[in-house]
Design a protein around this ligand. Structure first.
Ligand code: BGC
Length: 758
């Protein structure tokens, strides 16, 4: 149905237009009945439907309808599987349609900068490429039902501490390469209907009134055509926000800030055209939903419960296995830890789902007729040591063929609203794991957490299986993986450092409350650990399987990559074990052009491939100029220097199995302005200016000649030293040394600058 939005806007009063730019209540937009504009509903998100019918709140306090809790993003990110995210998105989109929800609030794609961020469980990764690709797939899935998504929280919201007022301070390069990059991928590749701005400031300006992020980048550069809504209560100055590109304020401001918009238009402080544009953007999306019907949509809770468990099987990461896994169904196994009975499967706050059914690992084991003895050992929800329970658990472990400890962070340790204060599991868990491992060589730890934890017992246990916060089917998935009914295929979307202090943000997290300095720059996660050549507990991309994979024949479609073109990287992957399994092939790009300040390598492609025993498949991944690029502030854009780049193909960031190289060809060179403080080194390193400078140095060869000198002087000043000092000398110094008249130097500088423009 073709809508004439402009005509509708012309019929609206100023008050109606201002009113449309804020919510009617916590979850609805305002409608205008006389014009047939419906007041559509939006709901959280991101990994289930939190639709509230009665008492509404955005903090997860009051109940919502019974729904299905899918694995949270911490888990789905570990699938490294775009198809999986798209499938989950489709299920969510259908639920929204069946429940008449027009926009699902999510996915949340903030970078996991520190393991401490309380909301990490809702976020995907420390890597922007992975987060962007996976979340884009989820958006495509949801929107396939003509239901919108709201990609959040835009941008640089990487901690909960003072999230509503703190300023995330960083260079433009860091912002673009790390914190905005997932949003960029999603906007360009999946065209989300809406975005949600974050609470925080970015370099001193509230994200809700930031023209740089909301308009210059989002709309002018990336071509976003939906609307931006505020996070719940993120509006600081409504009029400024509207002008900067924030169309919708959520939730309702009870009319207060609508009146400010009206007054600003009447008083001439705000051009009515700005308001009209915002209204048009909102209405476009409202009708994109309301004008399409999907009577076939249903909310099949039983089917989606099964789907949640199925997806989680692809997400869990087998971190370590010295042979205890998979277990035989006939084995006598001790299940230890309150989490076996009450799994932690989701996080607290606005994403909290009223799950209709939850399967624990204990339920699943019993259904499958497994010989399981359960000893609680420690409670699921707090850090409490009970010696009698400890002793019983150790005894059960000793008497069994294997002991499985279901561990994880209690809700109170990790939630929206505040950050963790340390990276440890509850002490009672660490203590009992150590005691059990001392008596049972087949000790397996199954983790439930949204972000890395320190694992001081890792060397003494046999196996570790990371479930993350795996949704309501987590127990069924754990059961299938532990007993080999499913083969683990998840990979870590983040590094597990040995200890919190190793993390690159450690000295600057969470800041002083007013500002948080992102001083580590682009060196987030593995970009830092790699550069520092630091040992880590488990690296980014790591994950084991019950089978083995062999890589061979890593090759490229061409040795030269032209700006604007693509090159395909191929690798042959063979399943060399005796079980079917899925391997995640990862492609990292390493800049070998000598450009300073770049990470050792960056993820630029991945593919998950299913292989039967003995089977070989060829995986294809493609790279283009952007895969090689960094964000240059001088250029105000993405840039890759001409030269050699290595394409590393591997099983994890620290397990590269093969490589190829391409020569990148481009005529694009970085601009720079020459003045009297530009150095000789800079000018000699640039093909545009080098000939001019060489000509000058040649002409005045003599000026660097050492006088006949004593041995002592020769020792003090080496030729190497002279040449390095000259490299670092600014032109004004060259002028002095060469005794050049001022006008000659001025003419030289002008000539050099002219060279830049050619
Ligand atoms: C959260 C958002 C959420 C909103 C609505 C806010 O507190 O930051 O992620 O979508 O509430 O519940």
């Amino acid at each position: 149905m073709e809508r004439n939005i402009q005509e509708l806007i012309e019929k609206m009063t100023l008050e109606e237009k201002a009113g449309l730019c804020s919510g009617a209540d916590v979850w609805h937009l305002k409608g205008v009945e006389r014009l047939g504009i419906p007041g559509v509903m939006v709901s959280d998100g991101p990994h289930g439907l939190r639709k509230q019918n009665q008492e509404a709140d955005h903090l997860g306090i009051n109940d919502s309808i019974k729904a299905v809790c899918f694995p949270a993003a911490c888990a789905t990110a570990a699938s490294f599987d775009e198809a999986l995210l798209e499938r989950m998105g489709r299920a969510l989109g259908e639920e929204c349609r069946a429940e008449d929800v027009s926009v699902l609030l999510g996915p949340a794609v903030n970078i996991k900068r520190s393991p401490l961020c309380g909301r990490n469980f809702e976020y995907f990764s420390e890597d922007p490429y992975l987060a962007g690709k996976l979340a884009a797939a989820q958006v495509r899935g949801v929107q396939s039902w003509d239901v919108g998504t709201s990609v959040k929280h835009y941008a640089a919201n990487n901690q909960e501490h003072r999230r509503m007022t703190c300023s995330s301070d960083m260079s433009e390069r860091t912002l673009r390469e790390i914190y905005l990059a997932p949003f960029e991928t999603i906007v360009k590749e999946a065209r989300p209907w809406t975005l949600m701005c974050s609470y925080n400031k970015i370099n001193g300006v509230f994200a809700s009134e930031n023209p740089h992020t909301l308009t210059e980048i989002l709309r002018d550069e990336w071509g976003f055509d939906g609307y931006v809504m505020s996070d719940w209560g993120a509006v600081n100055d409504r009029v400024k926000g509207l002008a900067a590109g924030l169309e919708l304020e959520m939730p309702s401001s009870n009319g207060v800030r609508d009146a400010q918009i009206v007054a600003a238009v009447r008083g001439g402080a705000l051009d009515e055209a700005v308001l009209d544009k915002a209204v048009a953007r909102i209405l476009n999306i409202v009708f994109r939903y309301a004008d399409v019907q999907h009577p076939e949509a249903k909310f099949d809770r039983a089917a989606h419960h099964a789907l949640a468990a199925e997806l989680e099987k692809e997400c869990a990461v087998l971190l370590q296995n010295k042979g205890a896994l998979p277990l035989a169904r006939a084995a006598k196994v001790a299940y230890i830890g309150g989490v076996a009975e009450k799994p932690r499967y989701q996080g607290g706050g606005s994403s909290h789902i009223n799950a209709g059914a939850v399967t624990s690992a204990l339920d699943a084991a019993r259904v499958n007729g497994t010989d399981v003895v359960y000893a609680e050992g420690f409670p699921a929800d707090r850090d409490e040591t009970d010696e009698a329970k400890f002793a019983a658990a150790v005894e059960a472990a000793r008497a069994a063929d294997a002991a499985i400890i279901f561990a994880g962070l209690p809700d109170s340790f990790e939630s929206e609203g505040y950050d963790r204060s340390h990276m440890r599991l509850p002490e009672c868990q660490n203590e009992l794991i150590a005691r059990v491992a001392a008596v049972q060589p087949n000790t397996v730890v199954v983790l439930h957490n949204g972000s890395p934890v320190e694992c001081p017992w890792a060397e003494s246990v046999n196996a570790v299986l990371e479930m993350y916060l795996g949704g309501q089917g987590v127990g069924a998935a754990a059961d299938a993986l532990l007993y080999g009914d499913a083969n683990p295929s998840g990979r870590l979307p983040e590094t597990f450092p040995y200890q919190l202090e190793d993390n690159p943000s450690h000295l600057n997290f969470p800041g002083d409350g007013k500002n948080v300095e992102y001083a580590e720059g682009v060196f987030v996660g593995y970009r830092y650990y790699d550069k520092k050549k630091m040992a880590v507990r488990w690296p980014f991309g790591h994950g084991l399987s019950y089978t083995t994979f062999e890589y061979s024949n890593v090759r490229v479609s061409a040795d030269v990559l032209n700006d604007g073109g693509t090159v395909t990287v191929y690798a042959d992957i063979k399943n060399t074990g005796d079980r079917a399994g899925r391997e995640v092939v990862q492609l990292y790009v390493a800049d070998r052009t000598g450009t300073a300040g770049r990470p050792e390598k960056e993820l630029k492609g991945f593919a998950k491939v299913a292989l039967e025993p003995g089977e070989t498949k060829t995986v294809e991944l493609s790279v283009d100029a952007r895969s090689l690029s960094w964000y240059s502030e001088a250029l105000g854009g993405w840039y890759a220097a001409p030269g050699r780049y290595e394409l590393l193909v591997g099983h994890s960031s620290r397990d590269i199995r093969g490589k190829a190289a391409v020569m990148f060809q481009t005529g694009k060179l970085l601009p720079f302005h020459v003045d009297e403080n530009t150095t000789v080194g800079e000018l000699l390193a640039d093909a545009r200016t080098a000939p001019i400078l060489q000509e000058l140095l040649e002409k005045r060869k003599g000026f660097l000649k050492k006088e006949e000198s004593s041995d002592a002087a020769r020792e003090a000043i080496t030729t190497e030293m002279i040449s390095r000092m000259v490299e670092n000398a600014p032109l004004r110094m060259v002028q002095d040394f060469m005794k050049l008249p001022g006008e000659v130097m001025a003419a030289l500088i002008e000539r050099l600058n002219l060279q830049m423009e050619k």
